[in-house]
Design a protein around this ligand. Structure first.
Ligand code: IDP
Ligand code: MG
Length: 139
């Protein structure tokens, strides 16, 4: 069943480079409501679990190292058609392929350090949101 929520992380490179405010402004201007949000840092165990689907990929070690390298902003967002619309807003995984005006086109440095995460399905949005937040942190 389709839901109206997605999960995002503003990744360590974007936090480090001071882009939290601009990215949140773009998210709000695109019609998403913030349901839950926090500044946090993933442990190695957290990152290995969160990105477990990629564990056989050659970039897995690099991805875990990057995602644990500094704080992130984790958030649950709400909007009609949230998962698909948010993937459109962030743009392609590789910023070189991302459409003009997308968050990755504006703020990502490379395919690895690509500024922001967005869930790829309703099912994963629910799993990823629950990984980072308990029910009493949601509004
Ligand atoms: P997505 O974040 O657009 O859904 P995925 O293919 O699910 O992209 O990959 C998860 C994350 O792993 C990417 O956002 C990026 O940080 C990293 N990643 C993906 N492909 C590569 C690669 O070829 N080299 C290095 N890092 C990668
Ligand atoms: Mg993905």
């Amino acid at each position: 069943m389709a839901t109206n929520r997605t999960f995002t992380m503003i990744k360590p490179d974007a936090v480090e480079n001071g882009h939290i405010g601009a990215i949140l402004e773009k998210i709000a201007a695109s019609g998403f409501r913030i349901v839950a949000m926090k500044l946090t840092q993933m442990t190695t165990g957290d990152a290995k679990t969160f990105y477990g689907v990629h564990k056989e990929r050659p970039f897995f070690g690099e991805l875990v190292e990057y995602m644990t390298s500094g704080p992130i902003v984790a958030a649950i967002l709400e909007k009609d058609n949230a998962v698909e619309d948010f993937r459109t807003l962030i743009g392609a995984t590789n910023p070189e392929d991302a459409a003009e005006g997308t968050i990755r086109k504006l703020y990502a440095k490379s395919i690895g350090e690509n500024a922001i995460h967005g869930s790829d399905s309703d099912e994963n949005a629910a799993i990823e949101g629950a990984f980072h937040f308990s029910g009493r942190e949601m509004f």
